[in-house]
Design a protein around this ligand. Structure first.
Ligand code: ZN
Length: 546
């Protein structure tokens, strides 16, 4: 049967099979550093550890398969795979030989290396990698017969394959969600070691940052803002906005949680809003979003960056604005205001490499308020709050009320109950911090009109539906990650200053609210008049004279 014209059976393997082979090869031979570091990470022991490794392989394999499916077409698949194999061979050499990670910075230094420097990299070892992992597989690839069907059938086969890859990922993650969550959080560098996903991300990141960046022109907002008639006539106003971290409404006893996590706040009786949703499920999204006037529907990072926000509007009206940070910064929100990092200030309270306890914010505010002056002021205090997975580091020993706790940064070392206990202790400590702030403000009420508004950036999962931490895609995120606590405390001095109807405040507490309301509610509370104000998004509109 040497005459090919009489042969009717199609020769070669299918496009999906080629994708699967390449996905498995890349996951194993080209990602050795990934497996070495994963094995060095704190894995569960015994059979569970072995099964977790298997699940990790399934995830990396399926992810590669998904990625490579997009190019599995006639005349496209082979050239692209050849390029991927060659680049991956080079990446493997740098990762295995130099312990390098592949990200946009690494790519940048490779691309900006001149010929002389480049020639220094050309070692026998590198040539070995390029031959064994590059040239040989590429030659095999060229020789390999692959058959492609008509495009509608190929399309159907591709769709089926991609669904199968997604299913493999889902099934592999589900029984090990605790291990995956904390490994991803504690060993974030791993994502730069799985080839070719790391190459893909590096190229994407490089392209994004290499594009000539237009100078950011920040669109002014509320430049017409000015204080109403009570400014300059009555006591100076003092508003403290506390931005919570990973605090979820479900764990606040003020929201009906069975455990007493808010014993101190309960006595101070702030107005608690039990139906508030967040803009995002991570800090980097929620923080700029909640301070912008865009709202969740119109929010995106670059639009927000090119636009002033709530703090700018308040500053336009002549109030002093300061951001006090005990987390990882304001994400650009306080770019045009004064921003201080608690970790960088001398402190009597201990701070370690992971940051400071939130009482540092109380101590610092006390110092700030001791400064003379009669300016109207707004302080934003950004908590470390309930930041995981090291919940046990967020509160001092005396707040370890719910036990046993999880004393490990690896969630897989702990039971669901221990994780939940530690998390609840962080809420108990936040209760203490907020109460301490309110008591501090009560002392100020002789000279100023103080108020405090607390709102968390997003929630947190502690094992519900098998999920941990936060950051789930918003459309799929469980309520634990998007349902956030919000409360308002106003001193009698502030109520008089603003002419607040406190019965009206109480009647508004159960309405459905979101981060979209923060911008306008704060402007309303502060009696700042500007065209940027939208009364329909002011949760308390009508509770005080306009
Ligand atoms: Zn956050």
């Amino acid at each position: 049967m040497s005459d090919s014209t009489v042969s009717t059976a199609p020769r070669g393997i299918g496009a999906n099979s080629l994708t699967a082979i390449a996905a498995a090869l890349l996951a194993l031979a080209y990602s050795a550093s990934f497996w070495r570091q994963l094995l060095a990470a704190d894995l569960p022991g015994g059979l569970r550890g072995a099964l977790f490794l298997l699940a990790a392989f399934a995830v990396v394999f399926a992810f590669n398969g998904l990625l490579l499916s997009f190019v599995a077409w006639r005349r496209v698949q082979k050239p692209v795979l050849a390029m991927v194999l060659l680049l991956s061979a080079g990446a493997a050499y740098f990762m295995d030989g130099y312990g390098a990670v592949i990200d946009r910075h690494a790519l940048q230094s490779v691309l900006e290396t001149d010929l002389r420097e480049g020639s220094e990299w050309l070692t026998w070892s590198m040539l070995g990698y390029l031959f064994v992992l590059g040239a040989l597989p590429v030659i095999a690839l060229i020789k390999l017969p692959v058959r492609y069907r008509t495009w509608p059938r190929e399309l159907a086969a591709r769709a089926g394959f991609m669904i199968a890859m997604l299913a493999v990922m889902g099934l592999a993650v589900l029984p090990f969600s605790r291990e995956f969550s904390s490994t991803a959080r504690n060993h974030a560098q791993l994502r730069h070691l799985a080839t070719p996903a790391n190459l893909f991300n590096a190229v994407r990141g490089y392209a994004k940052h290499a594009a000539p960046e237009a100078p950011i022109v920040v669109e002014p907002l509320g430049a017409d803002a000015h204080g109403g008639s009570r400014y300059g006539v009555r006591k100076p106003v003092l508003m403290v906005i506390v931005v919570g971290e990973s605090a979820r409404a479900d764990s606040f006893s003020l929201a009906g949680y069975a455990r007493e996590t808010n014993p101190q706040l309960a006595k101070l009786a702030p107005v608690f809003f039990p139906n508030v949703t967040s803009c995002g499920t991570n800090t980097a999204t929620s923080l700029p979003c909640m301070f912008s006037d865009l709202g969740r529907a119109r929010y995106d990072e670059s639009t927000a960056r090119g636009r002033e926000n709530l703090l700018d509007v308040i500053a336009h009206a002549g109030l002093l604005v300061e951001w006090e940070d005990n987390n990882t910064g304001s994400k650009g929100v306080a770019l045009r205001q004064r921003e201080e990092s608690m970790a960088k200030l001398p402190a009597t309270l201990p701070c370690d490499a992971d940051g400071c306890l939130d009482e540092r914010l109380v101590e610092h505010l006390r110092d700030e308020l001791a400064a003379p002056g009669t300016a109207d002021k707004v302080f934003v205090l950004h908590q470390i709050g309930s930041h995981g997975p090291a919940y046990f580091k967020r509160y001092p020993k005396q707040f370890e009320r719910f036990t046993p706790t999880c004393r490990s940064v690896s969630l897989q070392d702990c039971s669901e109950e221990e994780i939940r206990n530690s998390y609840d202790n962080t809420i108990l400590y936040t209760d203490h911090v907020l109460a301490a702030l309110i008591r501090l403000l009560e002392h100020e009420a002789g000279d100023r009109a103080p108020a405090l508004l607390y709102l968390s950036d997003h929630g947190e999962s502690t094992g519900e539906h098998g999920l941990y931490l936060h950051g789930a895609p918003y459309a799929l995120a469980p309520a634990q990650q998007t349902h956030v606590p919000m409360l308002l405390w106003t001193s009698p001095a502030f109520q008089r200053w603003r002419g607040l109807d406190t019965g009206c405040l109480q009647s508004r507490r159960t309405q459905p609210l979101s981060h979209d309301h923060l911008f306008h509610t704060v402007l309303g509370l502060l009696d700042l008049q500007t065209t940027a104000y939208e009364p329909t998004l002011d949760a308390l509109a009508g509770c005080a004279p306009a």
